[in-house]
Design a binder for this molecule. Structure first.
Ligand SMILES: Cc1cc2nc3c(=O)[nH]c(=O)nc-3n(C[C@H](O)[C@H](O)[C@H](O)COP(=O)(O)OP(=O)(O)OC[C@H]3O[C@@H](n4cnc5c(N)ncnc54)[C@H](O)[C@@H]3O)c2cc1C
Length: 459
């Protein structure tokens, strides 16, 4: 028989942990599902296994994750780890694969707290062995304490500096940063620093300053205003060449960590048919949500970075807000209680996001990443280049979904997660339309791999 819940939360990052704890605290029967073996999400991954030395490497902000994980463990909600959600219906059915078996559960309300993914960075040579994303390198650090030596961290985004800082703190200062943020964006970003910064904004600015100061002390070379990035090699990475300012450089290399910011993980909301919006400042699609995180489907709520990139602390407060709205819809709290409980979370959310316009502008991805040159592979699964996408667009292909029929782009095992944003941008460029007009790949379940045996064993 299908187990019925008041609410199912998917994702045990800051948003999901906060939402789950609030729902359970008010007596809602709640299930939290996450594909990871322990709580924390991206930022607080493996936080429960932290030693003082690990916390020193990751940075003081990570202690917050311990509090959230503790509150989660203390709460009465049901929490299933290693549970990959592969299907959700708008009626509230959820299918998750756990320990080789698929479960079917259902709820009146679902919170998608599924976070963000790294934006693809299609530069020449990005498919060579030895190229990872900065996020993948950080996962190795958080999960296994692995720190690579002699790494080039290239692209545009705060995570490049965060990871470099963590590498230096772990005693591995042999790395090089290639910052592809443009000079124009760096200048323009200064005007977006809040005129009267609150304490929280000052904390973020101070954190950034400390990164630069620590990296300078460790002697980490930082090349700024980098463009024309090319990763060279035959069977693996051998060198990296680039332009910085007016100079050209070519350096031997073996490991590259690419990064161009994070974008909301929209695969599931799109499959559910949730209305989508285009975020111009962050250059990405995000689900359209109201101030409580409710989507265009009455019972589907989206909290945290999955609804638009707001960072870990704001995600936590967004999780509380979504939970309060569900408690209200379940008639467990009245309007006045909901609003008074929500007020401090709204204030905190605003404080933590005040710095976003500055960050979004400072680390805006450059054009060569968003719309790569013709010979660059865009769809890694089906080996389709940017030139092939442009060619079919010129031949009349109107959008990413039609490109599947022309080229099979987006039809490989990643289900278009990696090439999707780039294909949309290339089509928009050729047709001189906005990304919203062009649209994105249609997605459908299974969202995660599931065996035929598991499907057959379901009722
Ligand atoms: C690779 C990466 C590294 C990052 N590192 C940092 C950092 O060092 N510092 C920092 O300040 N910010 C970092 N960020 C940004 C930060 O992770 C987010 O701001 C914050 O974690 C958002 O919280 P969230 O709860 O919305 O999502 P997340 O923390 O991302 O949590 C989402 C959870 O949902 C789960 N999930 C997703 N889909 C499914 C599914 N189908 N089935 C089951 N579970 C699912 C995931 O396993 C994950 O645990 C990083 C982001 C990424 C993508």
């Amino acid at each position: 028989m299908t187990t019925q819940y008041d609410a199912i939360v998917i994702g045990a990052g800051p948003a999901g942990m906060a939402a789950g704890a609030t729902l359970a605290q008010h007596g809602a029967r709640t299930l939290l599902l996450d594909e990871q073996p322990s709580p924390g999400g991206q930022i607080y991954r493996t936080i429960e296994e932290s030693t003082p030395a690990k916390l020193r490497t990751l940075g003081a902000d990570y202690v917050r994750g311990l509090h959230l994980a503790h509150a989660l463990r203390q709460s009465s909600l049901e929490y299933l780890t290693n549970a990959a959600v592969w299907n959700i219906t708008a009626a509230g059915d959820v299918y998750a694969s756990h320990a080789g078996r698929s479960r079917h559960v259902a709820a009146q309300h679902i919170i998608l707290a599924i976070g963000a993914m790294e934006r693809p960075v299609p530069v020449p040579g990005w498919t060579l062995p030895g190229v990872l994303t900065a996020g993948a390198l950080q996962i190795l650090l958080k999960s296994s304490g692995v720190v690579s030596t002699g790494v080039f961290l290239a692209g545009a985004g705060p995570l490049l500096y965060q990871l470099a800082y963590q590498y230096v703190a772990a005693g591995m200062p042999r790395l090089v940063i290639l910052d592809m943020a443009t000079r124009a964006n760096t200048r323009a970003s200064l005007l977006k620093i809040p005129a009267a910064p609150n304490l929280t904004s000052l904390h973020y600015l101070w954190k950034g300053f400390r990164f630069f100061e620590r990296l300078a002390r460790a002697g980490v070379p930082i090349y700024r205003n980098v463009s024309n990035l090319v990763i060279e090699g035959t069977d693996k990475v051998e060198a990296i060449s680039f332009r910085h300012g007016n100079k050209e450089a070519r350096l031997p290399a073996h490991t590259i960590g690419l990064h161009a910011g994070v974008i909301p993980n929209t695969h599931i909301p799109r499959a559910l048919g949730c209305a989508m919006a285009w975020d111009e400042a962050q250059h990405c699609f995000r689900p359209a949500t109201d101030k409580w995180g409710s989507s265009s489907h009455r019972n589907i709520h989206i909290a945290g970075d999955g609804a638009g990139i707001i960072g870990a602390r704001a995600s936590e407060h967004a999780g509380h807000l979504a939970a309060l709205q569900i408690l209200h819809l379940l008639e467990r709290i009245d309007t006045a209680t909901r609003d008074s409980l929500a007020a401090p979370h709204r204030r905190a959310c605003a404080a933590h996001t005040a710095i976003r316009p500055f960050l979004d502008q400072r680390f805006a991805p450059p054009g060569e990443i968003l719309r790569p040159a013709d010979d660059v592979t865009v769809c890694r699964c089906e080996e389709i280049t940017a030139g092939q996408i442009r060619d079919v667009a010129r031949a009349g292909c109107q959008g990413p979904n039609q490109a599947k029929a022309y080229l099979r782009a987006g039809m490989g095992p990643c289900q278009g997660r990696v090439c999707g944003p780039v294909v949309t941008d290339l089509m928009a460029e050729v047709h001189q339309k906005s990304a919203l007009e062009i649209g994105a790949y249609r997605t459908r379940p299974p969202f995660k791999p599931v065996t035929v045996g598991e499907l057959a064993a379901l009722d």
